[in-house]
Design a protein around this ligand. Structure first.
Ligand SMILES: C[S@@+](CC[C@H](N)C(=O)[O-])C[C@H]1O[C@@H](n2cnc3c(N)ncnc32)[C@H](O)[C@@H]1O
Length: 231
């Protein structure tokens, strides 16, 4: 029989009492002092990139519920006006795609849109454009509207075909200063895609450390690959 060590009751009471204040403090820093916000995950690397780049045009492939979009936008708005272009299946996600893309279930597009358009920070509101549908189609169609992006975060479908298409369509949005971050390396289709990027045209760096998920089956290590134009 498995036996667990009971937690010290005083410690659990103190933890319980402090938790709401801790949550409030965290929320305050997230919303009002995004330059100081850290959560110890690989997303801190994206934040570091935003502090360095100060991007005016951000593209995210796989907006989902808008969690990371909000974090990126709050931080970007700290420095300047910023526009966000987000892509997801939103309501078009179905059980088949969900399995094929090893996906997370996205929120309805309208909800995400009002969440992101509702951000007001330092007298700035972000430009927000969301595109619903499969990125193998939507990203290519939106390219003329987007033009050259400063930061592109690829975190959509995980099948090789989709990540490859997302990378190829993102490459068309890149200029000399653009940074592309591809999430979830080296898992599913992401590993083969990143390993196959032409090193004579692109500089590819794997950002350490990633996040290790012990409880997924099999356990996963997710890292960001940073891709820029080779000099
Ligand atoms: C891991 S989640 C993105 C999480 C989000 N980037 C964040 O950090 O808050 C992946 C998203 O990609 C979307 N997705 C998966 N396959 C897709 C496809 N082929 N076209 C468009 N979106 C897709 C899913 O609906 C899901 O919302």
């Amino acid at each position: 029989m498995e036996r667990s060590i009971p937690e010290n009751p005083v410690k659990s009471i103190v933890k319980g009492l402090l938790r709401p204040s801790y949550r409030r403090a965290r929320k305050f820093v997230f919303e009002r002092l995004p330059v100081l916000y850290r959560d110890g995950s690989r997303y801190d690397h994206i934040a570091a990139e935003i502090r360095r780049l100060r991007p005016g045009k951000i593209v995210e492939i796989g907006t989902c519920k808008g969690d990371n979009a909000e974090r990126m936008l709050r931080l970007a708005l700290w420095y300047r006006q910023a526009d966000y272009y987000g892509f997801d299946l939103f309501e078009e996600m179905g059980p088949e795609k969900f399995a094929q893309e090893t996906a997370i279930w996205p929120a309805p597009m309208e909800l995400v849109e009002s969440r992101l358009k509702g951000i007001k920070f330092r007298g700035r509101t972000p430009g927000v454009r969301l595109f619903k549908g499969d990125t193998t189609r939507t990203l290519r169609d939106a390219a003329p509207e987007i033009g050259r992006a400063d930061l592109i975060y690829i975190d959509g479908g995980h099948s090789y075909e989709t990540v490859r298409s997302d990378w190829e369509n993102s490459a068309a949005l890149c200029g000399p200063g653009t940074v592309v971050l591809i999430d979830d390396y080296p898992n599913w289709g992401v590993g083969p895609l990143v390993d196959g990027i032409d090193r004579s045209r692109w500089k590819v760096e794997i950002i350490e450390p990633g996040d290790f998920f012990h409880h997924s089956d099999p356990p996963l290590n997710c890292k960001l690959a940073r891709v820029t134009m080779a000099k």
